[in-house]
Design a protein around this ligand. Structure first.
Ligand code: ACO
Length: 324
């Protein structure tokens, strides 16, 4: 049995936070942010919006596009760095709110690679015949755990969600790929407290340990070769050459990372889709948000191969090839 990606849906919070607005609160500038990252603005969730509420909006949009009722959904995977609560999962809240009464649901933690990992995990459930369809949703409300006094991180991220519907199909359209993890890179990007290593105390709050900490330049150097190797391994495993890939949709962290990946692989930069200008780094949501935009712009032709590649905290990396 094969698997096809039959619909995408996305949701972005209404509130736009521009670089100029940030420059009024921390020591930065529109010019610095644009030139070092490519980001112009990002979206910020409203009070009351959470990982699961964003995910539900994206999921409803994907289901409406396909004309599928929530009761027909059989599996929900939510890829996220931080759910509404430590437990239960955001996916269970999404299942209830959607009215997906027949679906089983769980979260997947792989940071910015979460959507690519989630797609592969869900595809395996469909291929095995356990379910006939699955919703894979990347959803993040990163604005709630940024240090808004740390200019080196708060300018980079934004909130959003993107959902993909997978369904069984006669032909195999999700061709798989390659996946990597390296926990030795933990301290390059992490949140020190709030887990079992350092449960929340007055001290952890006072020491600002419930926010995202990142060693940006080190991470930049580290991820480029990993991403290149993972892309090449995905091509090798699927038997599809880099030249046959019509469009590469990378995780949208920084335009210069993508430029370096393009240089290292000797691929023209315009074969990568860049969407971070208006949304920043939305972690697990970034690939479905970019993919939907690419499809709407007509950048993906039917029958074409699209490679998606995520990378981020863990460190994690995943590349998958989809026949459109
Ligand atoms: N505005 C103005 N100046 C700034 C800002 C800012 N927002 N941030 C940092 N600076 C300053 C620094 O203090 C430093 O000043 P100094 O030279 O006086 O010390 C200078 O700018 C250069 O800082 P760098 O950190 O070296 O800047 P760099 O050009 O490396 O850009 C960045 C930083 C954008 C974070 C880049 O390193 C990057 O994108 N790294 C990778 C991020 C990434 O890949 N994340 C991956 C996944 S995300 C996920 O998994 C959730």
């Amino acid at each position: 049995m094969g698997v096809a990606l039959t619909a995408i849906g996305t949701y972005l919070p209404e509130r736009i936070l521009t670089n100029d607005e940030l420059a009024a609160t921390v020591d930065t500038s529109d010019d610095w942010i644009r030139s070092r990252t490519g980001i112009e603005e990002r979206r910020i969730a409203a009070p009351g919006e959470t990982t699961s509420t964003l995910a539900v909006r994206a999921a409803r949009s994907a289901l409406q596009r396909r004309g599928l009722a929530p009761e027909q959904v059989e599996l929900i995977v939510v890829a996220t760095m931080l759910a509404d609560h430590p437990f239960p999962s955001a996916a269970c809240l999404v299942q209830h709110e959607l009215g997906a009464v027949k679906a089983f649901a769980f979260d997947l933690s792989a940071a910015c690679s979460g959507f690519v990992y989630g797609l592969e995990v869900a595809a395996q459930f469909v291929k095995s015949g356990t379910v006939r369809n699955a919703l894979v949703i990347g959803s993040e409300v990163i604005s709630r755990y940024l240090d808004w006094q740390d200019r080196s991180t708060c300018v980079l991220f934004g909130d959003g969600a993107g959902a993909a519907l997978l369904e069984h199909a006669d032909a195999e359209l999700l061709l798989g790929g390659a996946f990597r993890s390296d926990g030795s890179g933990k301290e390059l990007l992490y949140m020190p407290a709030g887990g079992t290593a350092q449960p929340a105390t007055v001290q952890t709050v006072e020491n600002r340990q419930h926010v995202l900490k990142m060693k940006g330049p080190e991470l930049f150097q580290e991820v480029v070769p990993i991403v290149c190797d993972t892309i090449l391994e995905a091509c090798e495993r699927t038997g599809i050459s880099l030249d046959e890939i019509g469009l590469i949709v990378p995780h949208q962290a920084n335009v210069h990372i993508v430029e370096e990946i393009a240089d290292s692989l000797d691929i023209p930069f315009d074969r990568f889709y860049i969407h971070l200008q208006k949304v920043g780094n939305t972690s697990a949501a970034s690939i479905p948000l970019a993919l939907e935009e690419a499809v709407e712009e007509g950048r993906v032709a039917p029958g074409e191969y699209v490679l998606i590649v995520g990378f981020g905290a863990g460190l994690t990396c995943g590349a998958s090839i989809i026949r459109w």
